[in-house]
Design a protein around this ligand. Structure first.
Ligand code: FES
Ligand code: FES
Length: 184
């Protein structure tokens, strides 16, 4: 049993403490925005925020995540209005949607600490793999996101609202608390 806060809500996973956080989020909590790419810490598709730090959830067990604050892509901004999301769309820096959630989380962690990151700082903070090679655009987008976060720039066409994370989790049998059997 491991307890933590996921996207602002208390969650208790009745799973082996050695279960990777990635599996718990995707398979038990139905938060499938966090992607399984390599499973061994190479690609960054599984990145989530743990106490504000972008970490690969395939390498963190739920035992290690005990008591910590987890934010997934579903909880970052429910209307996709986070500056990194807006800037990635505006700069056309995303293509497949598979690597994107991890890139957004890594970018969000960076921008939260540094709104004017250098190119080298962006590259160091976002080691995520993208097979279609939009890296230069990702750098531009994160620079722009920093300006948006600092209110030095606005992006007029925000991305359209998407699914509410709580609606997604609601339909997951694994999240239901089993009802007690009536006494015989
Ligand atoms: S799935 Fe975690 S780094 Fe690739
Ligand atoms: S945008 Fe996902 S692999 Fe390039």
């Amino acid at each position: 049993m491991s307890s933590m806060t996921v996207n602002g809500s208390p969650v208790r996973f009745d799973l082996d403490p050695d279960t990777p956080l990635l599996w718990a989020l995707r398979d038990a909590a139905n938060l499938t925005g966090t992607k399984y790419g390599c499973g061994v810490g190479d690609c960054g598709a599984c990145m989530v925020l743990i106490d504000g730090e972008a970490l690969r959830s395939c390498l963190v067990t739920i035992g290690e995540a005990e008591g910590r604050l987890i934010t997934t892509i579903e909880g970052l901004a429910r209307d996709r209005s986070h500056p990194v999301q807006q800037a990635l769309v505006a700069e056309q820096a995303i293509q497949c949607g598979f690597c994107t959630p991890g890139i957004v989380m890594a970018g969000a962690a960076l921008i939260a600490k540094n709104r004017s990151p250098s190119k080298a700082e962006i590259i160091a903070a976002i080691p995520n793999l993208c097979r279609c090679g939009v890296y230069p655009r990702i750098v531009q987008a994160i620079e722009r996101a920093g300006r948006v976060a600092a209110r030095r720039e606005t992006i007029s066409a925000a991305p359209a609202p998407g699914i509410d994370a709580s609606d997604a989790a609601r339909a997951v049998p694994a999240m239901r608390v089993p009802s007690k059997k009536p006494a015989q």
